[in-house]
Design a binder for this molecule. Structure first.
Ligand code: SAH
Length: 241
């Protein structure tokens, strides 16, 4: 859980983004998961500009203040928007390809590390976007994150993060998922493939707001739902009580 990707052959996302940066604008990765049907992730999406972002992301960017840690920064799309507004931002990612991409795009402070390996910090805002809480991997991981993040946050710091309530997703689509019951917290496992490159399987979680709020409060955080989007997508803000 604490490692970075050190082998570029196990970094399909990074390789795809590097190809995009070098002019292959149509590239995409395949995403296999234990609970959804096969899907794709286009590089173009990862490089979205402020104008291409949805309301929820824009709101998240507007809420950022002080020194920001962009967790799972990807292509640096959010870090670049913040930099333009003269916000001081560190862009963290486990993927060596993403770090190269961010260096080439002149993101000022890319950091190649794992969120769970950062020992201390004094960030005013910790930003986690594109189902950003998913990085925590599982309900246990989310609980661990909420304990760990105290070491990274300033006293008056905040976490701005999004996730998706799969119950609402299924309702919206009017689709019965018989495997979805009360003990299902939206945990899944993904494998990403790009060209010949295959990621190691990794855990991801989609957590509904009521569960997030319960865990956050348990760990001494106030937790507000700031905005809701389509298909159960929502933005949350957490800060110490
Ligand atoms: N936030 C970006 C990218 C989302 S994709 C956007 O909205 O476009 C998720 C990113 O998180 C990937 O780039 C992946 O390499 C990174 N990541 C996954 N687990 C991580 C961890 N434990 N610590 C830091 N980065 C992580």
């Amino acid at each position: 859980m604490k490692s970075i990707i050190s082998d570029p052959h196990k970094d399909p996302l990074g390789a795809m983004m590097l190809d995009y940066l070098h002019g292959d604008y149509e590239v995409f990765a395949e995403v296999a998961s234990t609970r959804f049907s096969m899907s794709t992730m286009s590089a173009k999406t990862m490089f979205r500009t402020y104008a291409e972002m949805d309301e929820l992301e824009r709101e998240a960017l507007h809420l950022c203040r002080g020194t920001v840690l962009d967790v799972g920064a990807g292509s640096g799309c959010h870090s670049l928007c913040l930099q333009e507004q003269n916000v001081d931002v560190d862009a963290l990612d486990i993927s060596p390809g993403c770090i190269k991409v961010m260096e080439k795009r002149e993101v000022k402070n890319p950091i190649h590390n794992n969120l769970f390996s950062l020992e201390s910090g004094n960030y005013t805002t910790i930003l986690m976007l594109m189902n950003g809480l998913g990085i925590c991997g599982s309900l246990d991981g989310l609980n661990l994150f909420l304990q760990h993040v105290r070491n990274l946050l300033a006293e008056d710091g905040q976490i701005i993060a999004d996730s998706t309530d799969l119950r609402l997703l299924y309702n919206d689509e009017d689709e019965e998922d018989e495997s979805f019951d009360d003990s299902d917290y939206g945990e899944t496992e993904f494998i990403i493939t790009y060209d010949t490159l295959v990621s190691v399987p990794f855990q991801w979680i989609y957590v509904g707001f009521p569960v997030l709020q319960m865990l956050a409060e348990y760990n001494g955080f106030e937790c507000q739902q700031i905005a809701t989007g389509q298909n159960g997508h929502y933005l949350a803000r957490m800060y110490r009580r």
